[in-house]
Design a protein around this ligand. Structure first.
Ligand SMILES: *Cc1c(COP(=O)(O)O)cnc(C)c1O
Length: 393
């Protein structure tokens, strides 16, 4: 199909929930995507941090094909080798002890929220179910995770929202302390606010928050849906912050392109979600698990993570010198480019015209390249970005 046909059918048959770029991608290899007219793009977006090993990585494709040809689904009524392999590796790499496997970031957060509330109910009884999240956060699109999201623009249309969330300004311990009451059971944060504009939290603040949660018996939930699985240069971002959360959620890059997420917790919380309290039909699907296990085999290597840090630093330094760039913030290969001139959507459009896919988040250009992007692909993408920025000066 040509682009016009696809766009026309999209308009006719798909709910118009997405603002899309005028591109239909058809195939890809490495960090390069090809659209339906045969035009190539270096992809610094990875399908919003999902294609962590790029397009059609041969080992990943083989692991998926092998599992698909053997056993694609069993339901959670039966034990599964693919599930236990993935869960074990996730626990080893994260330092957590137990996993609930699901299909998306929002679902992983739903599990974390239910776990926090049930843990509090089991320990203190009813009436202690409030969770504090941060202003400018993003935690998902279900009715409850929208309520958890600390941005007013998301609290619209779908009333009534799930109650029991309060929002603290990021970086302000005093304000957070003032929000905590006898009703509070947990604090949930992203360490780098992704959708909120690639804003890393301050290390001292995060450590103080961890100590405060311990002192008040609040569960400390870290949403690593975007920051996880090597994105920031450590397997999870909290491993750079010198803290251990009670609950961690992960998704996006985990399956390398297949829908899979997980909610991880410590040993002490391992039995909170008892039989019958939670579940999902597709959760732990063997093909998704095989894909994720392959991703962990690669991303879990210390040398691989060192390369993510090096490539991220290289990109940051190069972009800081480009025209119209005020600064670059972020961690590892999760970067936000602040602009002096031109708005983010205009720059993203200009990049696309030069053969480069980038994302935006609030006022910044957001970059989440495949973690295994080659130096040649980085340089090709950077040249396109520089040309796009120069064209807007
Ligand atoms: C993307 C994202 C989510 C939601 O994940 P979905 O898979 O879209 O449900 C939740 N939290 C954070 C931090 C995210 O970046």
């Amino acid at each position: 199909m040509d682009f016009e046909t696809i766009a026309k059918k999209d308009k006719e048959y798909i709910m118009p929930t997405y603002g899309r770029f005028p591109v239909a991608l058809e195939e890809g290899h490495g960090a390069v995507a090809v659209d339906c007219a045969g035009r190539e793009y270096v992809d610094f977006g990875s399908g919003i941090g999902v294609n962590s090993l790029g397009y059609a990585e041969p080992g990943w494709a083989e692991a998926v094909a092998r599992q698909a040809a053997k056993l694609q689904h069993t339901s959670n009524l039966y034990y599964s080798e693919a599930q236990v392999k993935l869960a074990q590796r996730l626990c080893e790499l994260s330092g957590m002890s137990r996993a609930f496997l699901c299909n998306s970031g929002a679902e992983a957060n739903e599990c974390a929220i239910k776990l926090a509330r049930k843990h509090s109910f089991d320990t203190y009884g009813r009436g202690r179910g409030e969770i504090i999240t941060l202003q400018n956060s993003f935690h998902g699109r279900t009715v409850t995770t929208l309520a958890a999201t600390g941005q007013e623009v998301f609290h619209n249309y779908f009333f009534p929202f799930t109650e029991g969330f309060a929002y603290a300004p990021a970086g302000d311990m005093e304000a957070l302390r003032n929000l905590v009451s006898e009703k509070t059971c947990a604090v949930m944060i992203e360490l780098v606010q992704g959708e909120g504009g690639v804003r890393p939290l301050d290390k001292g603040y995060v450590q103080a928050l961890r100590d405060f949660c311990t002192e008040k018996n609040l569960l400390f939930i870290v949403d690593e849906v975007q920051t996880g699985v090597g994105r920031t240069g450590s397997f999870y971002a909290y491993q750079q912050y010198g803290i251990t959360p009670d609950v961690v959620t992960t998704a996006k890059g985990l399956g390398g392109g297949l829908p899979v997420g997980a909610c991880l917790c410590t040993e002490a919380l391992g039995d909170v979600m008892s039989a019958g309290t939670h579940g999902t039909t597709y959760g732990g699907n063997p093909i998704a698990c095989a894909a994720a296990s392959y991703v962990l085999e690669k991303v879990g290597q210390p040398e691989f993570l060192a390369e993510v840090r090096e490539k991220g630093a290289y990109m940051k330094a190069a972009i800081e010198k480009m025209p119209g760039v005020a600064g670059v913030r972020g961690l590892g290969m999760m970067l936000g480019v602040e602009l002096t001139k031109g708005n983010a959507p205009a720059v993203a459009k200009a990049c696309l015209e030069k053969g480069l896919i980038v994302l935006t988040a609030k006022e910044v250009i957001r970059l989440l390249p495949p973690l295994n992007i080659t130096c040649a692909e980085i340089d090709r993408g950077l040249a396109a970005m520089e040309a796009a920025l120069a064209s807007l000066q």
